[in-house]
Design a protein around this ligand. Structure first.
Ligand SMILES: [Zn+2]
Length: 97
């Protein structure tokens, strides 16, 4: 558990209150964003499986920086510099199928 100076303890990688308001413990301030923010990869439940190759999906998340528990797929974050590359890797994989 992390602690926010403003909002106390929180269980997700970034304080949800700060995330909405852009505070010091927000994902954006820390160079992270939701891994499937605009849902270009479809539903989070399925897209998150590519992060660690669960449920028989290929593991496409190696060498990318994630924060959060991939089983809590609505709160998985990726470093902003990895966002486009991970997305492209998933889309390329799907195009090959
Ligand atoms: Zn906070």
């Amino acid at each position: 558990m992390a602690q926010c100076e403003l909002h106390g303890y929180y269980g997700t990688p970034f304080c949800s209150d700060c995330d909405e308001n852009g505070g010091v413990n927000s994902a954006w301030r820390n160079d992270y964003r939701l891994f499937n923010e605009d849902h270009a990869l479809g539903q989070n439940q399925y897209a998150s499986r590519y992060i660690n190759g669960s449920h028989g999906y290929p593991n496409l998340g190696e060498r990318f920086r994630f924060k959060g528990d991939s089983s809590d797929y609505h709160f998985v974050y990726i470093h902003v510099d990895d966002y486009d590359a991970f997305r492209q890797k998933v889309l390329d994989h799907r195009n090959r199928q």
